[in-house]
Design a protein around this ligand. Sequence first.
Ligand code: CNA
Length: 241
Amino acid sequence: MNRLLNLIAHSRRTVALTGAGISTLCGIPDFRGPQGLYRQAGAERIFDIDWFRRDPSIYYRGCRTLIYGLSDFQPGPVHYALAKLEREDLLSAVITQNIDMLHQKAGTRRLVEIHGSPLLHHCFQCRHEAGFETICSLLEHETVARCERCGGAYKPDITFFGERLPEAALNDALELARTADLMLVLGSSLTVHPAAGLPQCTLRAGGKLVIINAQPTPLDGEAVLSYPDLTAFANAVLERR
Ligand code: CNA
């Protein structure tokens, strides 16, 4: 870990790319880890836009705890470690694939949410906007949150499989990846594109890559350092004076 802390200290512009693995430490399941959601039959339908169009209850049933129980979850050690690095001017930004709003809760300021966020929802029919708390209230009485104007289902501003990523966020992420001389990939299987292509942008521009993930990723061979243990990384950062 000393080698990694030195590398961060001597880099000009470090950017972190985070995935669901950093939030398993907070009790939120990932997709592809040993306890991941994809071990359950049919789970790949939950965030699929065609299935949402056909039957929004698949999403709402699948996300009752994962998304609408998020107020009960607190950030974990990696979220706090990244917020600390940013405060110390050792981290320029966090790009996250996560949709759990925990980076904000931990105090990260420069955050790019490339898969969107459930903070806002829009009606799938008339585009009427509703906030997260409104949706949580509606779900106290119904399985599917429905628009008060037209009865259509509200869809979270999360990118589902089959949808394009929010353009502004993707452009920000590409720019950060291209200009970083160090990218830290934390808790991602690096299998969901285009997010998984961001580390290659850093490599192509001459930057270095560090990967911390329990399971192997397709880019481990390209990384200057790779570790399996996110907690060790977070503790090293949090204990550093
Ligand atoms: P993924 O494909 O599920 O990969 C997560 C990776 O993290 C796996 O390879 C695990 O081995 C690794 N991992 C899990 N726990 C730990 C740990 N404690 N220490 C070290 N490594 C660990 O998730 P990705 O983020 O790569 O895939 C992107 C998807 C997942 C995005 O579309 C997200 O929206 C989606 N997702 C997000 C959340 C969330 O917001 N918390 C939860 C579940 C899925």
